[in-house]
Ligand binder design. Sequence first.
Ligand code: GCO
Length: 255
Amino acid sequence: MVTKLFDLSGKTALVTGSSRGLGRAMAEGLAAAGAAIVLNGSDEERLAKAVAEMESAGYTVRASRFDVTDEKAIFEAFDVLDGQGTAIDILVNNAGIQFRRPMLELDTADWRRVVDTNLTSAFIIGREAARRMAQRGYGKIINIGSLTSELARATVAPYTVAKGGIKMLTKAMAAEWSELGIQANAIGPGYMLTDMNQALIDNPTFDAWVKGRTPARRWGRPDELAGTCVYLASAASDYVSGQIIYVDGGMISVL
Ligand code: GCO
């Protein structure tokens, strides 16, 4: 019974920003649970390499290349999926960028770029997916937040604002879409070993801070998000909506 609850066979998942990092790790986890995967990225070469690697692992995968800040490209991508008869049952809004700079020195253009990529994209892609999920009375939306969905860190204001918005967008989606058979939830990763964090990982002072501030005394691995992602994508979470689950080694829960 338990394994059936987490079985994603027959489901298709679109994971944005999934040619590497957290998105790729969650895509692998969803695929291992039986889902067919639509990988997304803007870099054609990196995306093709990720598709090939996942196909060679025996997974059912295809690519959908679009920039998550380009609304026209998003419409076109969904038109292609519609034309192929590909229904997106599970959407993981993972795509995101980081830009570290004190606000007093921050250009508005950089603010807008981060908020558009990390937050507005989740609304646009979420809306397009939900319009189709509502017709089928079924869907799972998983937005990727952050510790900064709750707590601010100096020099990452636009990221923090966007991730705080992700938490509340998730609740707004739950408010409007739960009655349509769509569950919208979020995952809040802690400090994870990703390319985006490499500069922090390589900084001995920051590395020591993360290890001291995290009860688990270590950085998280991208694959450690897969279990929570599969849970929120599966029947096991059919009565869960509007929640954010932190996968952070305990960091958000302690002073
Ligand atoms: C930073 C990091 C964080 C982590 C993650 C923490 O500059 O503080 O990039 O934002 O990536 O979001 O949950």
